[in-house]
Write a protein that binds this ligand. Structure first.
Ligand code: CP
Ligand code: NVA
Length: 308
């Protein structure tokens, strides 16, 4: 059994195998009703706990549907309703859950909670987003890029906005999948420098460019995310909006990238804030493919975790 904690904590070869599996898994059930079981049922008899300490639409539904399509069952738990949210230690929770379920997916605040869960669980633990990273999202994004444009290796990805948890997983992926990443955003919201250096050490070009127009020159993919994440204080909203407004992805900015550049957003989006409706709903946007691909990519991740 293996944990899926982060893209930079998983070997490149393994990541590439997971993506190939995701392509295969998706193709194998093309055209079927969503509720139909897969031909292969690797999770038959398996129970998966899905723990949410933060809200979710895509992660919750895609994991739940994915487990069922593979023949397993799920239990969706909200952190606040568990003893976890009322003082029971993460370690004790991990040991108890391991007696009941075959795998744990957790969306939480502090990365330390995820790591403690993984340390003490006897079953695989999957990172469904922390304040620091969101690896399942970027696995789906790599799958999506490959479907539209082929290999992402050597391409130029531009992240515009807040150097947040999703940006961190893109930086991890840059190093592992071999693509260049340009961050364009205000200095106070730069990504973690350790992640920038780690990607650079793997031989990819990671740049920080303050001018968004210069940043997107030659870009194959532009990516945006919310300006205020779930872990950010609501009181920080106005300051963040003021800092990030110049980094909105709109038609004018898209026009400075390559003509066939794609646009991605993990969703949920705040339309007309970090991205305009015209880009979200325009011909270069692949946002709903990304959302769909959460399902297929995570099925491949779960099979990898269980060695199935
Ligand atoms: N992109 C993503 O993780 O969406 P949810 O917050 O809806 O799960
Ligand atoms: N950066 C966002 C991603 C949501 C999927 C957040 O953490 O709220």
């Amino acid at each position: 059994m293996k944990h899926f904690l982060d893209i930079n904590a998983t070997e490149t070869g393994e990541l590439k195998n997971i993506i190939s599996e995701a392509h295969r898994i998706k193709a194998a059930r093309a055209g079927r009703p969503k509720g139909a079981l897969d031909d292969e049922k690797p999770l038959d008899g398996h129970m998966v706990a899905l723990i949410f300490e933060k809200p979710s639409t895509r992660t919750r539904v895609s994991f739940d549907v994915g487990v069922r399509q593979m023949g397993g069952e799920t239990m969706v738990l909200s952190g606040s309703e568990m003893q976890l949210g009322h003082g029971e230690t993460v370690a004790d929770t991990a040991k108890v859950l391991s007696r009941y379920v075959d795998m744990i997916m957790i969306r939480t605040f502090e990365e330390a909670t995820l790591l403690e869960m993984a340390e003490y669980a006897d079953v695989p633990v999957i990172n469904g987003l922390t304040n620091r990273s969101h690896p399942c999202q970027i696995m789906a994004d790599i799958l999506t890029y490959e479907e539209h444009r082929g290999s992402i290796e050597g391409k130029k990805v531009v992240w515009a906005g807040d150097g947040n948890n999703v940006c961190a997983s893109f930086l991890h992926a840059a190093g592992q999948f071999g693509f260049d990443l340009t961050f364009t955003g205000p200095e106070p919201l730069d990504p973690e420098m350790a992640f920038v250096e780690e990607a650079r050490a793997k031989g990819v070009n990671v740049e920080i460019v303050r001018d968004p127009v210069k940043a997107v020159e030659g870009a194959d993919l532009l990516v945006a995310d919310t300006w205020v994440s779930m872990h950010d204080a609501p009181s920080a909203r106005e300051r963040r909006h003021n800092l990030l407004r110049p980094y909105q992805i709109n038609d004018e900015l898209m026009a400075h990238a390559k003509p066939d550049a794609l646009f991605m957003h993990c969703l949920p989006a705040h339309r007309e804030e970090e991205v305009t409706n015209s880009v979200m709903d325009g011909p270069q946007s692949v946002i709903f493919d990304e959302a769909e691909n959460r399902l297929h990519a995570q099925k491949a991740v779960m099979r990898w975790c269980l060695g199935k």
